[in-house]
Design a protein around this ligand. Structure first.
Ligand code: Z16
Length: 825
């Protein structure tokens, strides 16, 4: 048999030998033959590409083998549909997963190349906004590590989340052209392109005596997939992430070209390509733009067709699809997949409606990530009908049949019908995507216990009543490979010394660290790791932004998207209060526990209040940092452009983790988990996954403050008047008055007036109501930090008790409660 006809066609694909010499040979080969340069003449980008390609070469045989096995076994798999994947840098992750870190280091050193320089060279793929996108990235890591047959589908945005800069303390956005030097991790597959249609109209036709509907689209674009390797952690598995890029179809420009209008043809090309041009930069508050719906349909339609075309045998009985695949909808963004799937089954595969609906209802599951009403997407019927006329008809029919069933159960309860309808009538007729997903999904899950409870009891309670057993919880998690092993090698080494290997894929084993909390020697090593992480952060901040973190300071960190519900303003009020206490003479500077407060946050470019808050943080920082009366004991630093790469440096260095959202507003949070796993103590409200963190670590090792969710509700019901809290609390009054006086805006009282008056007269997220409790909790923090031995003991216990938050556990929960997709042997 010749090689080319080998049944696996794998014979020519073998990984290079796992040795530094073989690594060097492959690295130089890639540099010479792939980049076309000699080592002596190579740029840093050439060397980075050659290194990345070498890492790929080691993973390639396993990847091809996994692709083949997933197809051949026909085992049930997960198609994770997500508009965002906030991957972070790939090089280190793939070196670790492939078990190549040591030989790569040695190999490059022998070539006189610094691995660390090449690490720094990578521009992180920021194809997500925040929590939701990072969660998707953690999940694909865990899916590969657990060996679950799966594929992640998404969009290859040409521009990811904007780069944030500050000009006079105000946010200015710059485009993130992450592909400008090329990406060595992707494989374009133009031969697997799908054609995606839009617009036009629908019509009925006679199909051998049966009247059917069909869609006559008005225009289309090509979806070209790019594959990315997702290696499992040292288990020989490599899964696939498939991101779609939009290009104009030939037919599209040919039609115009034939009309002789060359310029118009080029314009058309450009228009098609805008679909995957840029990530919408809103986290939790989508803007309802037409292009966004185009993006959503574009990627889910391409993904569904890709799965059906490439993963099933030719004669596949579609009725068996629920045994073969589950499409997991990551928030409402991909929900238009539901009517698309129905359209494929009914219009294209000629299946009858009821049979198609029975299949669809088993093939989708929906994850809700929010409780904020403004984050639950709705699409005006006018827009959806113009872009996807057939899908709108299908949605109407799904809704009619659903509401018939609701009537059959509850009678003509018009109030209930109106509340449950997938179609909202006010303020404009719209499709409620969360309701569509809930009706269609086999399961609906929230992302932390409290959040899932509130979904069942409040936001979707009528649906919980109608569909008993449909609602479930899967508490979020984070990958310990990136956020412990890679981000915190010092702590990882210490853990392995104490409890042995194996914990990275079995994170509950961190429990075995508990006894070490009482071991003074271990605590000393732990504290030394924390100090070293602070020095490392200091190096990064000095080089990146010229900031210095002083020795002996508590590192108090609030990093997350800027949103009023997350309450960065509460943290600012704490800083201003401390400052005001000293400058007014009420508190001696020498009594202030030395602290450096680090903020990191991007504001959606159109979110004016969020941008004002950023301005305020920077303004407070510049005044506080340079006031000699503070004696250097309080510093506020706000490095711009917080991203995954910076998170990996900041989190391991933190002492205190700020998780201070108004109770009932943060669905889960995942930063909170990363901090606890790295030995920071949390100051937090009873919100999202904070609740579970506190239950696990214990009240003595967590600083709880603020109203509970029912208390928030009660205060709302009574009528919340923030000015009453302002009047009643002298400290709060002094802090707000200081901001209002222009102390942080060179005497100009108008600059932060909108922030101040919003706090005093609206304060939707009850910052003032929780202020006193927060300040009291911060006093407990100061007292606790003064006893370093006790603090470190608590920090160790935080690490030991939060193994639950591995995304491997989350994925196991998805498998048990929703997917029923066992790992492939
Ligand atoms: C997002 O990042 C989240 C929710 C949402 O509706 C949209 C976006 Cl882009 C976040 C939640 O705010 C956060 O609490 C949660 O931890 C995260 O999703 C992952 O579930």
């Amino acid at each position: 048999m010749t090689r080319a006809t080998h049944p696996l066609a794998l014979a020519p694909v073998t990984a290079p030998e796992t040795s530094a010499d073989a690594f060097v040979a492959d690295f130089l080969h890639n540099l010479n033959f792939d980049r076309g340069v000699a080592l002596s003449a190579s740029s840093e980008n050439d060397r980075y590409f050659a290194l990345a390609h070498t890492v790929r070469d080691y993973l390639m045989a396993r990847w091809l083998e996994d692709l083949r096995r997933q197809k051949e076994s026909q085992a049930k798999g997960v198609c994770y549909l997500s508009a965002e994947y906030l991957l972070g840098r790939q090089l280190d992750n793939n070196l670790l997963a492939g078990g190549l870190a040591d030989i790569a280091q040695e190999a490059l050193a022998s070539c006189g190349v610094s691995l660390d320089d090449l690490r720094q060279h990578e521009v992180e793929p920021g194809l997500g906004n925040g929590g939701l996108g990072r969660l998707a990235a953690c999940f694909v890591d865990s899916l590969a590590t657990l060996g679950v047959p799966s594929i992640g589908y998404g969009i290859r945005y040409e521009y990811g989340i904007f780069r944030q800069t500050f000009v006079d303390g105000q946010q200015v956005e710059q485009p993130d052209s992450w592909l400008s030097l090329g990406s060595p991790w992707e494989f374009a597959r133009p031969e697997d392109a799908q054609t995606i249609a839009f617009g036009g109209h629908t019509e009925t036709y006679d199909d051998e005596g049966v009247t059917r509907s069909r869609w006559v689209p008005g225009w289309n674009v090509q979806a070209v997939p790019y594959n990315y390797m997702i290696p499992g952690f040292q288990n020989g598995r490599v899964n696939t992430l498939r991101l779609w890029s939009a290009v104009a179809t030939k037919a599209f420009d040919l039609r115009i070209f034939n009309s002789g209008d060359y310029e118009e043809a080029v314009r058309a090309q450009t228009y098609a390509e805008t679909i995957s041009k840029v990530l919408y930069p809103e986290d939790s508050t989508p803007q309802g733009k037409e292009l966004r719906l185009q993006q959503q349909y574009f990627f889910v339609a391409a993904s569904i067709h890709d799965f059906l075309d490439s993963m099933l045998p030719g004669d596949y009985d579609l009725a068996k699809l629920p045994e073969r695949v589950i499409f997991q909808l990551n928030d409402t963004h991909p929900v238009i997949a539901v009517p698309e799937f129905m359209r494929v089954l009914v219009d294209e595969k000629k299946m009858d409606w009821d049979a198609a609906w029975a299949i669809t209802r088993q093939c989708f599951a929906y994850t809700c990530h929010t409780l904020l009403p403004e984050a639950l997407e709705v699409w005006p019927v006018e827009l959806l009908g113009r872009l996807l006329p057939r899908h709108l008809e299908i949605i109407y029919r799904i809704n009619e049949e659903f509401l018939d069933a609701v009537r059959a159960r509850y009678g003509d309860d018009e109030m209930r019908i109106r509340n449950m309808s997938i179609i909202a009538e006010h303020p404009v007729r719209s499709v409620r995507m969360a309701y569509l997903a809930t009706v269609a999904g086999a399961k609906v899950n929230g992302v932390a216990e409290l959040h899932s409870q509130l979904l069942r009891d409040k936001v979707l309670s009528d649906f919980d009543d109608f569909f008993p057993g449909k609602f479930t919880n899967v508490t979020n998690g984070v990958t310990p490979r990136r956020f412990l092993r890679l981000a915190n090698p010092g702590l990882s080494g210490l853990i392995t010394e104490a409890i042995g290997e194996g914990w990275l894929t079995d994170l509950e084993r961190l429990r075995e660290l508990e006894p070490f909390a009482d071991d003074a020697g271990f605590r000393a090593s732990f504290a030394e790791v924390k100090a070293a992480n602070k020095r490392r952060l200091n190096d990064v901040l000095r080089e990146r932004d010229g900031f210095e973190v002083s020795d002996g300071h508590m590192l108090d960190v609030m990093v997350k998207r800027l949103h009023e519900y997350k309450r960065q303003l509460l943290k600012v009020l704490h800083v201003v209060s401390t400052y005001e206490g000293v400058v007014s003479g009420r508190v001696a500077a020498s009594d202030v526990q030395p602290r450096t407060v680090i903020f990191g946050a991007k504001a959606a470019p159109g979110y004016t209040m969020a941008k004002r808050i950023i301005h305020l943080i920077n303004a407070v920082g510049s005044v506080v940092n340079s006031d000699p009366r503070l004696d250097g004991r309080l510093k506020v630093i706000f490095p711009p452009n917080y991203n995954v790469t910076l998170a990996e440096r900041v989190i391991p260095a933190a002492d205190l983790s700020e998780q201070i959202s108004l109770a009932g507003k943060e669905a889960s949070g995942t930063g909170n988990m990363k901090f606890a796993l790295n030995g920071a103590l949390t100051i937090g409200t009873d919100d999202g996954a904070n609740v579970e963190i506190r239950e696990l670590v214990g009240d003595d090792h967590f600083f709880l403050f603020g109203m509970s969710e029912p208390e928030v509700e009660a205060l709302s019901a009574r009528g919340y008047r923030p000015s009453e809290f302002y009047q009643a609390d002298a400290g709060l009054r002094a802090a707000i008055d200081l901001i209002a006086s222009g102390a942080f805006s060179r005497g100009d009282r108008s600059v932060f007036e909108p922030v101040v008056s919003n706090l005093l007269y609206e304060d939707r997220f009850m910052v003032l109501a929780d202020y006193a409790s927060y300040i009291a909790a911060q006093e407990r923090v100061d007292a606790a930090y003064a006893d370093q031995e006790a603090w470190t003991r608590s920090a160790v216990l935080n690490v030991a008790r939060t193994g639950f938050f591995s995304s491997d556990r989350s994925i196991r929960d998805y498998i048990d409660r929703i997917w029923h997709t066992p790992p492939l042997a």
